[in-house]
Design a protein around this ligand. Structure first.
Ligand code: NAD
Length: 475
């Protein structure tokens, strides 16, 4: 297991030799001690990236593409090993972890195809005086800061398009899940990514380390995935150097069930939208708006499905819901549920933490949740489905949009025309229409409002890591 920093193609201890512990959220046990990067290490990583940057940018797109394709292959070939690392440090089930590795790897295959298709335009200026050539060079060195909930995919969703565009990167993974990141970096190097193009600096001291990195002159972009609160802070930080920013932030997804929906499909979609990756996704359904005539039926079916989930260590056969990432996460979910119940909500199933080692909360369905309850204002990031009744389409659209988040929304209805009309009015970057999952490397992932800036995936994803240069010339 790799536990050192990866800088300029070499494995090195942190400056001063400090380490920090990584624990298994299912047991609370220590899994490994990992080198704890300092600001000096961040500077060294940026310098290594800056040195690699011009050569990588000048590498033929076809060569970059073939290296990216090899990255896809090597990650796929190591699915079992990577999935086990993910379960060990993140806690999600082995099936979800395998799914994450496939998703993470796919960004390399998709972007291998994009690397050779970063096209510009050429035209005649309206006056006819000159030609207008527009092309897309790489933005330069990128600092990437990622969360723990997808220890592999949140990194590859940035790295693959950045590498396709010709950028070198310094990655600061989440302190809870650095082991997967380190192994991914090692595999990418094995697949042919040149020294210095990918550098990795795990740390328990995010603020100063990220500050030191973004202060370095060669850094031209900050790509962040995490909470909206941290995103705001980093946007302010990036303003000092007017860095290009890509922000993938928190969500508060509405899940709207109309009375004409296929309820079996709606419950199945709800389970996926809520419980995928042990209920800790940014796209997780956070508020379930259910039309009155089907409220009781939908609630009963959802409660039955939630109650039947097997909760436990992600490694155990048949487990469908793993632990939350840490104790603070359990406390937060517990407080949100307690406050909803104090406000009149009633658990149809679950409602409390589980009395066992590790960080477990019972899959929970709450009925009678007030539309303005605290639990509807916060990203729950846990296995709790609050049900809110509605009777009027205009009112439910207004309620769904009554949040500063705008990442994901879900609409279930038997009338596709109505579904599309409602979907278009939900202020979210992504909508699942009669589907509980939408993520796809070939689609633009990202949020409106305070859920972010920019998109990852699709052709948009690679353009995020490009500049636009216009050359005026006459011939
Ligand atoms: P977080 O904001 O606490 O941490 C994210 C990363 O930022 C970590 O690497 C952390 O070490 C770093 N960080 C924290 N404080 C920092 C600081 N002051 N300066 C620099 N870096 C700092 O988020 P989290 O708890 O790791 O992740 C959960 C959040 O991420 C949720 O809000 C979730 O919705 C969001 N998320 C969003 C997406 C998306 O694509 N929109 C995807 C996954 C997760």
């Amino acid at each position: 297991m790799r536990t050192q920093l990866f800088i300029g193609g070499r494995w090195v201890d942190a400056d001063g030799g400090a380490t920090f512990g990584v624990t298994d959220p299912a047991t609370g046990e220590l899994v490994a001690e990992v080198a704890d990067a300092t600001p000096a290490d961040a500077v060294a990583a940026v310098d290594a990236a800056a040195e690699a940057q011009p050569r990588w940018a000048a590498t033929a797109p076809r060569t970059r593409s073939e290296i990216l394709r090899a990255c896809w292959q090597i990650l796929v070939d190591h699915t079992d090993e990577l999935a086990e690392l993910i379960v060990r440090e993140n806690g999600k089930t082995l099936a979800d972890a395998r799914g994450e590795v496939a998703y993470a790897a796919e960004f390399f295959r998709w972007n291998a195809e994009e690397a050779v298709r970063i096209l510009g335009t050429i035209g005649v200026s309206p006056s006819g005086a000159n030609r207008m050539i527009v092309h897309h060079p790489p933005v330069g060195v990128v600092v990437m800061v990622t969360p723990w909930n997808f220890p592999a995919a949140m990194i590859t969703r940035k790295l693959a398009p950045a590498l396709a565009a010709g950028c070198a990167a310094v990655v600061k993974p989440a302190p809870d899940t650095p082991l997967t990141a380190l192994r991914v970096a090692e595999l990418l190097a094995e697949a042919g990514v040149p020294d210095g193009v990918v550098n990795l600096v795990p740390t328990s001291n995010a603020g100063p380390v990220v500050d030191a990195a973004v202060d370095r002159t060669p850094v031209r972009m900050l790509s962040f995935t995490g909470s909206t609160a941290t995103g705001r802070l980093l946007l302010r930080r990036a303003a000092d150097r007017v860095l290009k920013c890509a922000m993938e932030l928190g969500g508060n997804a509405p899940f709207i069930v109309f009375a004409d929906a296929d309820l079996d499909a709606a419950v199945e979609g709800a389970m996926v939208a809520k419980m995928r990756h042990s209920a800790q996704t940014c796209t997780a359904a956070n508020r379930f708006f259910v039309e009155e005539p089907v409220l009781e039926d939908f609630g009963a079916r959802l409660a039955e499905a939630m109650a039947s989930l097997r909760v436990g260590s992600g490694f155990d056969e048949g487990v469908q819901c793993g632990p939350l990432i840490n104790e603070a996460a359990v406390t937060k979910v517990d407080e949100l549920v307690a406050s909803a119940v104090a406000g009149g909500a009633r658990p149809l199933t679950g409602g409390s933490r589980l009395d066992r080692p590790g960080h477990f909360f019972a899959p929970t369905v709450l009925e009678g949740v007030a539309a303005d309850a605290d639990i509807t204002r916060h990203e729950i990031f846990g296995p709790v489905a609050p049900l809110i009744p509605f009777t009027d389409t205009e009112a439910v659209i207004a309620a769904a949009n009554d949040t500063e988040a705008g990442l994901m929304g879900y609409v279930f209805t038997g009338d596709l025309g109505r579904g599309l009309a409602v979907a278009e009015r939900i202020e979210a970057g992504m909508i699942g229409l009669n589907r509980g999952v939408a993520s796809d490397p070939a689609a633009p992932f990202g949020g409106m409002k305070q859920s972010g800036l920019g998109r990852e995936g699709a052709h948009e994803g690679v353009l995020e890591f490009c500049e636009t240069q216009y050359i005026a010339t006459t011939w």
